[in-house]
Design a binder for this molecule. Structure first.
Ligand SMILES: CC(=O)SCCNC(=O)CCNC(=O)[C@H](O)C(C)(C)COP(=O)(O)OP(=O)(O)OC[C@H]1O[C@@H](n2cnc3c(N)ncnc32)[C@H](O)[C@@H]1OP(=O)(O)O
Ligand SMILES: CC(C)C(=O)C(=O)O
Ligand SMILES: [Mg+2]
Length: 618
């Protein structure tokens, strides 16, 4: 048996404790299917054999309505204060919402005062519809009207539950009594709207009706109920001259796979009278974790409008997450007509006002959703970025990155993070981002080894800063890291045979020494000079790999050089890197960087670098 402890304020979670003395759960879950079947029954699907929604696509944004301040708010441990509501309201406006269910004015003095504040202090922009919810109860409807008096644009939203589970258990109503209840109260709303118009109030009105628990309601009854509501609302009026009625069809509790909801929506759209005079609105909850899918399929099935909350706040598992829905559309090349380009701000406002976090793996917005730790993902992303550089006008296509993080205001810093699961490609990517150095493929495993050894020693994530520091330390790249050999000055002469003669001063362990040597080019000339001077000619370093590339562009362009030397005596291969405005100087310094590495035994070198990186961590 599961028992819930009291709601924990600080952790925002409900803890569940397994009671060891409880019935052996596997007996009912697995060993006794008959007992299970007697307790739960499967959802009964709508019979819609000629459904068309599976072939449809979402090609335009729906009308969006945020219910953050109503459905989201009513499910919070501590409902929002007026100040918090204002912050969320302003955010919703900034994101582009034109229909905002701002509250339930008859619920409390705070709710009422908040709606009054929006109206009296003109805090609701002229092009935004202020939506308010009321049950089908006369005194609450009247209070709601008082709440929205003098507003510019109002969507008056009324609900009563339609499903058998509610008719039987909550209202004790037949189908006809449920229709009568709705019709009676629609007429009251109509009267109050007509009175306001007759009074000369400037308010523009829309009426929204929700048959609560629509997805658990018999589809033909839902249609009959809404047709009756439509008749009560329009009466003898010419519907074509009236604002359409909004039928909001909630999956109040998500009880079936999302295709069932789509069938219900298509059935409703086909059978409701005067479809052209109504707006079909979706309102999905996420009990089974498919609230987004249900809304998407519902749109394919013909709906015009979607209600939900940012980051899926709302009752129980929440309302449909509007951020996910909008981003899903965006990444299909369809403008959602909402703006989440500043995702961080959305997260900050919503989490601080609801006291509920955004899960690190929440679609599009979670802290880790653009981050690859694993080597093969990092390698593919790095190559993907490289590929994209060739033509950035092409549609976005980068492995493992279904959207450009920059589009939601994120930097690329978080895309690749390094831990013990990471590979050389990811490490090279971070070096490239930090220092613009495009490490030769053959060099990547060597530096990766350094990072791996730090990662294993610390058993922690290696940050981008750590990697930059490790790189600088490993290759003596930058003024704060000096190797055993540094270049002081140099000159070259070219012989009649084209050979180069190096003459220069090199600091060896802090002592300046004049050295000279010949070679086919500057690199081999320096290397020959160094081999002869170092430990009385005891070393014989040879160039194994050499490459260079430009760094930057225009007048700031520099050269980056990479050299791999091999010590012929031991067979040990080491890399060196340098950059300079002068390409020859860059290559000479890269040789000395590699030689400095060759001059320290590998084990000691790793230990030195680890100390420099780990020791400098704050
Ligand atoms: C699916 C949804 O999210 S619906 C929205 C739910 N949101 C909220 O309830 C938040 C705000 N609600 C409140 O502040 C309060 O519930 C109020 C002010 C609306 C009403 O409070 P109270 O009058 O104290 O009663 P309470 O909430 O217990 O109401 C239950 C009564 O309303 C009836 N009722 C419930 N919903 C509706 C409805 N949509 N239409 C008509 N009657 C309804 C119930 O059958 C019950 O009637 P009974 O007293 O005859 O048995
Ligand atoms: C009031 C209605 C629309 C509701 O929130 C629901 O049914 O989930
Ligand atoms: Mg709801």
């Amino acid at each position: 048996m599961l028992a819930r402890s009291a709601l924990s304020r600080s952790a925002n979670i409900i803890t569940r404790k397994m009671q060891t003395s409880a019935v052996n759960s596997s007996a009912t879950w697995i060993k006794d299917p008959a007992a299970l079947a007697a307790k739960y029954s499967p959802f009964k699907s709508v019979d819609l054999p000629n459904r068309t929604w599976p072939d449809q696509r979402i090609t335009k944004a729906p009308r969006w309505a945020s219910s953050d301040l109503r459905d989201g708010n009513q499910a919070l441990v501590n409902p929002m204060t007026i100040e918090q509501k204002k912050r969320v309201f302003d955010l919703l406006v900034k994101c582009g919402f034109k229909e905002i269910e701002a509250g339930f004015p008859s619920a409390s003095e705070t709710e009422f005062a908040w709606i009054r504040q929006l109206i009296e202090q003109k805090q609701c922009p002229d092009d935004v519809w202020l939506q308010v919810l009321t049950p089908a109860r006369e005194e609450l409807i009247r209070r709601t009207f008082q709440g929205v008096r003098d507003a510019n644009k109002v969507i008056l939203h009324m609900y009563n539950a339609a499903a058998p589970i509610f008719r039987e258990q909550v209202f004790g109503n037949t189908q006809q009594q449920t229709i009568d209840l709705a019709v009676k109260h629609v007429k009251i709303v109509r009267e109050l709207v007509d009175e306001a118009i007759a009074r000369g109030d400037r308010t523009q009105w829309q009426f929204e009706y929700s048959p609560e628990a629509f997805s658990q309601t018999e589809p033909d009854f839902a249609v009959r109920l809404c047709n009756a509501v439509q008749d009560a609302w329009f009466g003898a009026r010419d519907k074509s001259k009236e604002a359409p009625i909004i039928f909001n069809l909630p999956a109040t509790v998500e009880v079936a796979t999302p295709n069932n909801y789509a069938d219900q929506i298509e059935y409703f759209c086909r059978n409701v009278q005067d479809r052209q005079h109504i707006i079909v609105s979706l309102h999905t909850h996420n009990d089974r974790g498919t609230g987004v899918a249900a809304s998407e399929l519902g749109l394919m099935a013909g709906a015009d409008r979607v209600e939900g909350c940012l980051f899926g706040n709302g009752e129980r598992t929440g309302n449909v997450d509007l951020v996910t829905l909008a981003m899903n559309m965006y990444t299909q090349g369809v403008s959602p007509e909402l703006d989440f380009s500043n995702m961080e701000e959305c997260i900050e406002v919503i989490t601080s006002c609801t006291d509920i976090g955004v899960h690190p793996r929440a679609p599009w917005a979670g802290e880790l959703v653009f981050t690859a730790f694993s080597g093969s993902h990092q390698d593919a992303i790095k190559k993907g970025f490289h590929h994209r550089k060739r033509d950035e006008s092409k549609p976005w296509q980068i492995p493992y990155l279904p959207v450009d993080p920059a589009d939601i205001g994120m930097t690329y810093e978080a895309v690749i993070r390094v831990n013990s699961q990471s590979g050389k490609g990811g490490v090279a990517y971070l070096v490239q981002r930090a220092l613009q150095l495009d490490l030769p493929k053959k060099m990547q495993p060597a530096f990766y080894q350094v990072v791996q050894s730090i990662s294993e020693r610390t058993a922690k994530e290696i940050t981008a800063d750590d990697i930059e520091k490790a790189f600088r330390a490993t290759y003596y790249y930058g003024p704060e890291f000096n190797g055993r050999f540094t270049l002081v000055d140099y000159s070259f002469a070219t012989g009649a045979d084209g050979k180069k003669s190096f003459q220069g001063t090199v600091s060896i362990d802090g002592a300046e020494k004049k050295i000279s040597g010949d070679g086919n080019g500057p690199v081999s000339a320096l290397l020959n000079a160094l081999n002869a001077a170092w430990d009385g000619g005891a070393h014989n370093l040879e160039v194994k790999e050499y490459s260079e590339h430009a760094l930057g562009a225009g007048s700031d362009v520099r050269a980056a050089s990479y050299v791999q030397l091999v010590d012929k005596a031991s067979g040990r291969a080491v890399w060196g890197v340098s950059s300079s405005t002068d390409v020859t100087e860059a290559s000479l310094k890269a040789v000395l960087s590699a030689a400095s590495n060759a001059a320290v035994p590998a084990e000691r070198r790793f230990a030195e670098i680890e100390d420099q990186v780990v020791g400098s961590r704050v």
